[in-house]
Design a protein. Structure first.
Length: 543
């Protein structure tokens, strides 16, 4: 298959000049991107950073006009000498996936679950450079090998659900590179991945950029990765580009107030000490959770997925235990076992002196008010059909409280998480991601639990919002005295909220201890690898 010839033209590969994006509907017009100008040079990685709603993804999507019909544009977007904003639909279709490719945030929703990955990559090449099926399939296998998929000759026939999150993202990169584009747009390509996988994916992108002379436009809110891999950085706030500079200069000497705020938004500090003489509230002894693999017509058990094996831990009143590890390490399965959302194979879970698995459903139901969980995606865990008041009060209805008492408890819970109580009559879609997570925390705290389980509560949030949630959780724990099982792959957040840390891998305990010891004196190679990926040699000071 012929490759796209290298351009001999001078000047930037992509030039955006005074781009504005407008949306019209319901009798009103909004302008989420205003007068944005920047260029992507040949062979460079330019990162655009900013909070959710800053317009960074809309700017990237505008390059290929991947917008709804009510979008309007002004300004200019030029790919070399070609104006893209006035290009025909047919011409844009020729450019998409050929001259410019895009990698999206969540590979599982970008890949077709009904087709093998080989067919999906083949299709990209067939659309732009038709060739024999054998040649195209050979190129697909070569691409999978290049992006680090093991045994690509066999994996080419795998379905997306048969791959890990990191492997699916590598498949998306292979698809994007299939036609040897000049520009690769990567929109939050690592947000859904663990720290070690994030580093691997960015290292892969950087090596491919250098190998093929690619230009890369990276959209991200992960400033740590941006600092390590980008050549230049642009900062967006409320639809405007407020600063752009080389990576070294921007991080060393930010010029705009918002840039300084963004760079200072790392979670920091430590939780208040656990009270003297705090009693044990949770004890787990030799927990084992194995899921059977059934095959054949008779569905006989042919093996097991060992989600958790021989895990033991304890948690005191008012203490936070951070549970860390990569995807598939068993972190969330542990949370589900404690809340009886999954069955355990063996072992004991003792909460407030009672063995959880030995309780009847009715007995455990009465215990649930003391044992609450907050999930990763606040939008998915909040019913869009209920008002905030109804969502927060849901658990109170089971306590037999009067409507007046319920409303007062809802108001108190919303005020505790620093939300205006007058917003309780609104619906989840009217709030930002950080506000929705505060609502989810209020729903859990309104029952005044003894143990709060937080399963990746900040991974979908921007750094500034993460810092706000960390400060909120530390204050609430100091005031209310609940214990916390904090499950996350974000080690910077874990560091800021945890008294002790437990490291898991492949369902097993790797090591556990005081937070300072784990972060500064880990004894296992795996923990040291996690720390290196998360902090890149820049660990916070010991507490």
């Amino acid at each position: 298959m012929p490759s796209t010839p290298a351009s001999n033209k001078s000047g930037p590969l992509l030039a955006i000049d005074r781009l504005s994006v407008r949306f019209s509907g319901n009798g009103r017009e909004t302008e989420p991107v205003r007068q944005v100008s920047f260029a992507v040079e040949r062979g460079e990685m330019l990162a655009i950073v900013g909070e959710s709603g800053s317009g960074k993804s809309l700017t990237a999507l505008s390059i290929l006009k991947l917008m709804p019909g009510n979008a309007g544009f002004s300004g200019s977007i030029r790919l070399e000498d070609e104006e893209l904003l006035t290009a025909s639909a047919k011409r844009l279709q020729e450019i998409r996936g050929d001259r410019i490719s895009m990698i999206f945030q969540e590979p599982m929703t970008s890949l077709n679950p009904l087709h093998i990955i080989g067919r999906q990559i083949d299709e990209i090449m067939m659309q732009h450079h038709p060739d024999t099926a054998a040649k195209i399939r050979g190129r697909t296998v070569e691409l999978l090998r290049e992006v680090g998929i093991p045994d690509p000759g066999k994996r080419v026939n795998s379905y997306p659900h048969e791959l890990s999150g990191g492997q699916r993202q590598r498949v998306m990169i292979a698809m994007a590179l299939a036609n040897r584009p000049a520009l690769l747009i990567a929109d939050e390509p690592t947000t859904a991945l663990d720290v070690t996988l994030q580093e691997q994916i960015l290292e892969l992108l950087k090596s491919l950029q250098q190998k093929h002379g690619l230009s890369v436009l990276l959209i991200s809110h992960d400033l740590g990765l941006v600092r390590r891999f980008a050549d230049r950085v642009g900062v967006m706030q409320q639809g405007q580009l407020v600063e752009i500079n080389t990576t070294l200069s921007l991080f060393a000497n930010p010029q705009h107030d918002y840039t300084r705020t963004l760079l200072a938004a790392e979670p920091e500090g430590h939780p208040a000490p656990v009270p003297e003489g705090a009693t044990q509230i949770l004890a787990i002894d030799n927990l084992r959770i194995w899921f059977p693999i059934r095959k054949g017509f008779l569905r006989r058990v042919s093996g097991h997925i060992k989600a958790v094996s021989n895990l033991s831990l304890s948690l005191r009143q008012g203490e936070t235990l951070g549970v860390v590890g990569e995807s598939g390490s068993g972190k969330s399965t542990l949370a589900f076992a404690v809340t009886r959302l999954t069955d355990i194979t063996d072992g004991r879970i003792v909460f407030m002196g009672q063995e959880v698995q030995a309780l009847s459903q009715n007995a455990f139901r009465s215990m649930r008010k003391d044992l609450q969980i907050v999930f990763q995606d606040p939008y998915g865990s909040l019913s869009p059909r209920l008002s905030v008041s109804q969502i927060v009060a849901e658990g109170l209805e089971l306590l037999g409280l009067s409507p007046e008492v319920q409303e007062q408890r809802v108001i108190e819970a919303l005020q505790a998480v620093e939300l205006d109580a007058e917003t309780r009559h609104r619906y989840p879609h009217e709030f930002s991601g950080g506000q929705r997570q505060r609502i989810a925390i209020a729903r859990a705290l309104v029952l005044k639990p003894k143990l709060l389980i937080l399963d990746e509560p900040t991974s979908a949030l921007d750094r500034t919002v993460q810092k706000q949630i960390v400060l909120l959780l530390r204050r609430l724990q100091a005031e209310l005295g609940f214990s916390c099982l904090f499950i996350s792959h974000d080690l910077k957040v874990v560091r800021a909220v945890s008294h002790r840390v437990l490291v898991m891998r492949h369902g097993e305990l790797v090591e556990t201890g005081l937070a300072d010891d784990i972060f500064h004196r880990p004894y296992s190679d795996y923990t040291r690898q996690l720390m290196k990926a998360a902090f890149a040699g820049d660990l916070p000071a010991a507490g």
